[in-house]
Design a protein around this ligand. Structure first.
Ligand SMILES: C[S@@+](CC[C@H](N)C(=O)[O-])C[C@H]1O[C@@H](n2cnc3c(N)ncnc32)[C@H](O)[C@@H]1O
Length: 295
């Protein structure tokens, strides 16, 4: 989408089948979080309104792109880690406009039989992701239009259930999406309801924006999303840690630099002063509620 003259998104029969839940519509007068992120990652699927919103954020938080890069590194490392632990099913909610190193590419590199269900509430994501899926990937990868605020709808979606067997462990990915859920939308309850639908041995992997390095800057930067499709709700380390209640952290736990493989850290990471986000991977234990695990 290089120019502003692009045709509006039009529903296709395939989209009609996808149990559409209050989808966003293509609105080029409102910044969309998926398109803002695309711009931050150097993509072309964004409009002037998205770029203006991002520039407003960068004016107060110029080092934010480094933290986004760390979140993308987390995503790839976490997928590799889960595949190494034998997980072959990935449920990626808030997947974003496809970019290099998508979940199915990373997972299938490690484990060719890996299956991935992508979920996003923005139709632009659906359109781009469907266009990129090859015939070969059909049956192993799907993309559906659903909202994180309706977890049961995601778990019950027929296309998701065609790809994911919820009786076996799943890697639930909520990477850079929970900060778009307001406190009054019960983010902790939403994550718990999703995790409740997963088999023991499943993993929760998430990253989340924080203003811990400098709350004043964080507050100012958050206003960049004030008129966007979703608002920015940065949370503290303790608040983000709460998403993992009842789960068992994989080392090193919640951190801005998640690197369980001891891969050499890149120069970029070494020179980062402020990390505006945290990430972690945790496992749903074999014990059930009331037996010590709590979830
Ligand atoms: C910042 S991007 C992250 C993309 C990808 N997970 C990554 O880390 O590269 C956030 C994505 O979450 C999606 N999103 C925001 N709120 C959502 C919701 N309530 N339900 C589903 N997707 C949502 C946006 O449309 C966007 O594509």
């Amino acid at each position: 989408m290089a120019s502003e003259s692009r045709e509006p998104w039009v529903s296709s029969p395939a989209d009609d089948d996808a149990q559409v839940q209050r989808p966003l519509t293509l609105d080029t007068s409102v910044p969309h979080t998926a398109r803002m992120y695309d711009y931050l990652l150097g993509g072309k699927d964004n409009f002037a309104v998205d770029r203006a919103a991002v520039e407003k954020v960068l004016a107060v938080m110029p080092d934010m792109p480094q933290s986004i890069r760390l979140s993308r590194l987390f995503l790839r490392r976490a997928v590799r880690y889960a595949a190494w632990r034998g997980i072959t099913q990935f449920l990626d909610v808030g997947t974003g406009i496809p970019t290099a190193g998508n979940v199915h590419e990373v997972a299938q590199e490690m484990s060719p039989e890996a299956r991935v269900a992508y979920v996003d509430h923005d139709p632009i994501v659906l359109t781009h992701a469907r266009a990129l899926l090859s015939d070969e990937e059909q049956g192993r990868v799907t993309i559906v239009l659903c909202d994180l605020r309706e977890p049961e709808t995601i778990l019950a979606n027929p296309e998701v259930r065609e790809i994911i067997d919820f009786d076996r462990p799943v890697a639930l990915m909520l990477v850079a999406v929970l900060h778009f859920i307001r406190d009054d939308e019960d983010p902790y309850g939403l994550v718990k309801r999703l995790c409740d639908g997963l088999a023991p041995g499943s993993m929760l992997m998430l990253t989340h924006a924080t203003m811990d390095p400098d709350p004043e800057t964080g507050h100012k930067a958050s206003t960049g999303w004030a008129n966007a499709s979703s608002t920015m709700n940065m949370r503290t380390f303790d608040e983000i840690q709460r998403f993992f209640d009842g789960l068992e952290f994989v080392e090193p736990g919640l951190t801005g630099r998640w690197n369980p493989d001891d891969e050499p850290m890149e120069i970029l990471e070494q020179s980062i002063k402020n990390i505006w986000g945290y990430g972690a991977v945790a496992v749903k234990p074999l014990t059930g509620p009331g037996e010590g695990a709590g979830r």
